[in-house]
Design a protein around this ligand. Structure first.
Ligand SMILES: Cc1ncc(COP(=O)(O)O)c(C=O)c1O
Length: 460
């Protein structure tokens, strides 16, 4: 570990002894001491005491401007008044019944008004939404295989846990990547039924359709690959996928768990003007509560109506979450608020770009809606294999450097991005930029000393 990073980590440890203690206690009974692997990092994660608006406070009393926002699930910010009011009402009046109530149809209308779908069903996580979407696509086409892209993330069910963060030795040909299980326990038969292509590489997709004629049920993808920082679809890529699916009779699934609320009012399908057959939503649509949805045309969703595909869930549409969802769609994800976060996002991105140039850092700044990322690469990445060529310790110097100065610039992990909430202010952006200005020259110095190193970033 280089000196500058060592110093930042020592400072982190000095500032956060209560988090260290809390982590030690949790490790005794909880693997890694956290409830989701993504929350674990060395030397230990920050433990949170409270969150309000754009800020959180850790158990040591340190305050941070929060651009992690629960991995992008909180475009509403912490404790948004409309979400709090609605959820309190739901708690006071019966939180869950396992029976229908009026809010479901209301929220379904909101979703169908914004996204290119005619019917929806609800769940509690993005994993659930993509799992059901994949099953429905298989049922709708009578085909078993799915096509996905190396490096995209779609949650934790077996079909999703293929080639998420494969290691270089397992890659295979870039035009025909291997199907690599994301850990042990993924059923081998699933690997045979999930074929992999390379993002932004239409020939690799065409190759798979030739290899498996009439066998691919759907292409599933993040329209912007956002589990490798931010990797934009190159012009014509999404349109090309649309064409291939239409020609072959496969369905196109946009996994809009990250882009659905945060990219724009109508999500990625509206932003790029490409209409998928199915979409999945989660993260910020619930104002921070566990709300997910999947939707498609009436013809596809009727597979559920006709009892051909099964869908259920005890906690689906519990009223606390639905109240939060309705408040979020009506009072958080409004056109005025999109204008507000867009303005802040541009200011942050432009500020980062100026500072990167001034410091002489070899990096670029990518952004998509309220999300953005400092990409520590000399040129724009196009796919997962470009992304793994990162100096991880340089990124860690950035992250700890920002945290030590009161800015949680993004979730820990160099495959993530920042999120700006509707409760962030110009002052929050100014502070973020002031801190980055302090940190950036050290990053440039480290980069000059170490050279543009390939370190390899696979795995969490
Ligand atoms: C694009 C995408 N799909 C699916 C998921 C899974 O969502 P969840 O963590 O709610 O299960 C995520 C989570 O980050 C995601 O980014």
């Amino acid at each position: 570990m280089h000196d500058a990073l060592q110093k930042e980590i020592a400072l982190y440890e000095k500032r956060t002894p209560e988090s260290a203690q809390a982590h030690k206690k949790a490790e005794k009974r909880i693997p890694l001491g956290v409830a989701s692997n993504y929350r674990a990092y060395d030397p230990y994660p920050l433990f949170v005491a409270e969150g309000r608006g754009s800020k959180i406070r850790d158990v040591d009393g340190n305050e941070y401007i929060d651009y992690n926002l629960c991995f992008g699930a909180l475009m509403a910010g912490h404790g948004h008044p409309a979400v709090v009011k609605a959820t309190k009402w739901a708690l006071d009046n019966g939180s869950t019944f396992g029976m229908p109530h009026g809010m479901e149809a209301e929220l379904a209308e909101e979703i169908c008004a914004r996204y290119p779908v005619e019917m929806v069903r609800f769940g509690s996580s993005g994993t659930e939404a993509t799992m059901h979407a994949c099953r429905i696509a298989r049922a709708a086409t009578g085909r078993d295989k799915l096509l996905r892209f190396e490096g995209c993330y779609h949650g934790l069910h077996d079909s999703a846990l293929v080639s998420v963060k494969p290691k270089e030795e397992d890659f295979g040909d870039i035009h025909a990547p291997n199907s690599v299980p994301g850990g042990q326990g993924v059923i081998k038969a699933v690997l045979d039924n999930v074929t992999v292509a390379t993002f932004n590489d239409l020939p690799s997709v065409e190759h798979r359709f030739k290899q498996f004629p009439g066998q691919i049920a759907a292409i599933i993808l993040e329209p912007i690959m956002m589990n490798v920082g931010i990797c934009m679809p190159q012009p014509g890529f999404l349109e090309g996928l649309r064409e291939i699916c239409t020609k072959d009779g496969a369905l196109l699934i946009f996994d809009e768990v990250k882009t659905g609320a945060k990219l724009a009012w109508g999500g990625a399908s509206d932003y790029f003007g490409v209409k998928p057959d199915m979409i999945t939503l989660a993260k910020s649509i619930g104002g921070g509560l566990p709300l997910a949805a999947f939707g498609a045309s009436r013809a596809v969703m009727d597979l559920i109506t006709q009892h051909k595909v099964f869908h259920g869930g005890t906690y689906n549409t519990n009223r606390v979450v639905m109240a939060a969802g309705l408040a979020t769609f009506r009072e958080v994800l409004t056109r005025d608020n999109y204008a507000h976060v867009d303005k802040l996002g541009r200011k942050l991105v432009e500020g980062y770009r100026t500072i990167v140039n001034k410091a002489g850092l070899q990096a670029y700044v990518a952004h998509a809606g309220v999300n953005g990322a400092l990409m520590l690469y000399p040129q724009e990445i196009r796919n997962y294999r470009d992304w793994i060529k990162i100096d991880v310790d340089l990124w860690r110097q950035f992250w700890f450097g920002m945290v030590n100065r009161g800015v949680l610039a993004m979730p820990y992990w160099w495959d993530e991005q920042w999120t700006i909430s509707v409760q962030h202010t110009e002052a929050d952006i100014d502070k973020h930029l002031a801190v980055f200005e302090e940190v950036a020259p050290g990053l440039a110095k480290t980069q000059q000393e170490r050279g543009l190193k390939y370190v390899g970033a696979a795995g969490h």
